[in-house]
Design a protein around this ligand. Structure first.
Ligand code: GLT
Ligand code: MN
Ligand code: MN
Length: 387
């Protein structure tokens, strides 16, 4: 048996919008035909995926009459049942319709803000109907190019008002839903509000129901901001807020590329897998990426399978890394205990006095080599299959 063949036990998920991405970009028309959502379900199941996620608009185009909506949903449910796929996450498209051109929850027009809340409630109903337990908020249009309008502070408080309202709605409906905010530094807006995982974590603490809200970090988005994705994951996990994750790849400093997982930065992908494992993340492993615009449908499935296989191969490398005796020794040697006191120190007045008065052998500490070059080379050798 192929040890890297994905199975539902791996909990790999894809957005409908990822495999159905038609290859449109700001300079060119689509290169692939639209894909029927039930076809995406059948193919993803065949490849070994666990679930599929969607925006309201991916499944039920905005403005669809109620009877037609029910027909689309029933047909999609039958496809899920037939192929054994689940819907762990859902979200709202608050960016395609020109009504959202200057923001949804942060539009300067209160009518747009109300409409965005209404649309999100309907999309939450749809997501929950199909089984979603995580609800993502990517603030695609929540941002600005012009700061002279003076909405910098209002925007954050409008965003907060909307999320507080939607938490109340979910509670009132008895929905078992957690919200996950997805940061991104820019694109499509010049500057996005809540641009990084760190800013989202700070904002969540200001909400009325902070326990209901976490983050959905995306590898490409933190990389666009020049930040480290494994560090962002660690910060989210440390705060108990890693509710979901968007895996893909990205060249730093470029437009949002949403490349196949592992396509660009294999070492970052490795430390991403390791961080999820060591941090105890147990949620779905969601790929938010799409096939290159050059590809036909066969390329789409090669892309989807590639994301999952690379994750599994890196998982095997992570296990190897954690078991390698030289790595274990190098990791142990990197840390040093303090024979004169346990960590963390317990504060007391007398402890503080003693600590201030302690003599440290600073020359020895200055000269100590932590062995990180050796450890990092071991990592590279494991990744290249030499160890
Ligand atoms: C869009 C965006 C993604 C978000 C999706 C969820 S939509 O494709 O680029 O990063 O996760 O709204
Ligand atoms: Mn992206
Ligand atoms: Mn994403």
């Amino acid at each position: 048996m192929d040890p890297y063949a994905p199975t539902p036990a791996d909990r790999f998920t894809f957005g409908l919008w990822t495999v159905s991405n038609p290859g449109r970009d700001p300079f060119g028309e689509p290169t692939r035909a639209p894909m029927d959502p039930t076809h995406a379900v059948a193919k993803l199941a065949e490849l070994g995926a666990y679930g599929v996620n969607f925006h309201d608009h991916d499944l039920v185009p905005d403005g669809t009459p109620a009877a037609e909506r029910d027909r689309i949903v029933a047909r999609f449910k039958r496809a899920l049942d037939e192929h054994g796929l689940v819907v762990p996450m859902a979200t709202t498209n608050l960016f395609t319709d020109p009504v959202f051109k200057d923001g949804a929850f942060t539009s300067a027009d209160a009518r747009v803000r109300h409409y965005a809340i209404a649309k999100t409630m309907r999309a939450m109903d749809l997501g929950v109907e199909l089984g979603a337990s995580t609800y993502v908020f990517w603030g695609g249009r929540e941002g600005a190019e012009v700061d002279g309008g003076g909405k910098l502070f209002d925007a954050l408080s409008w965003y907060r008002d909307a999320l507080d309202y939607l938490c109340d709605y979910a509670r009132d409906q008895g929905y078992d839903l957690r919200f996950a905010l997805e940061p991104k530094p820019n694109e499509p807006r010049g500057h996005a509000f809540l641009p990084t995982v760190g800013s989202a974590l700070g904002f969540i603490a200001t909400l009325q129901h902070p326990e209901m809200v976490g983050v959905n970090p995306e590898l490409a988005h933190e990389t666009m901001a020049g930040l480290s994705f494994p560090h962002a994951l660690a910060a989210a996990l440390d705060a108990g807020k890693l509710f979901h994750v968007d895996l893909n790849d990205q060249i730093m400093g470029r437009f949002d590329q949403d490349l196949r997982f592992g396509a660009e930065n294999l070492k970052t992908a490795f430390f991403t897998v390791l961080a999820l494992q060591e941090g105890g993340y147990e949620g779905p492993r969601h790929f938010d990426a799409h096939a290159l615009r050059t590809e036909d449908e066969a390329g789409v499935w090669a892309f989807a399978l590639g994301c999952m296989r690379t994750f599994k191969m890196l998982e095997a490398k992570a296990a190897r890394f954690l078991e390698d005796p030289d790595v274990v020794a190098a990791r142990a040697a990197y840390r040093a205990d303090d024979p004169e006191g346990a960590w963390p120190p317990r504060y007391s007045g007398s402890h503080a006095e003693a600590l201030k008065g302690r003599t440290f052998d600073l020359d020895a500490l200055r000269l100590r080599g932590p062995g990180l070059e050796h450890l990092d080379q071991l990592t590279v050798e494991i990744l290249l299959g030499v160890r």
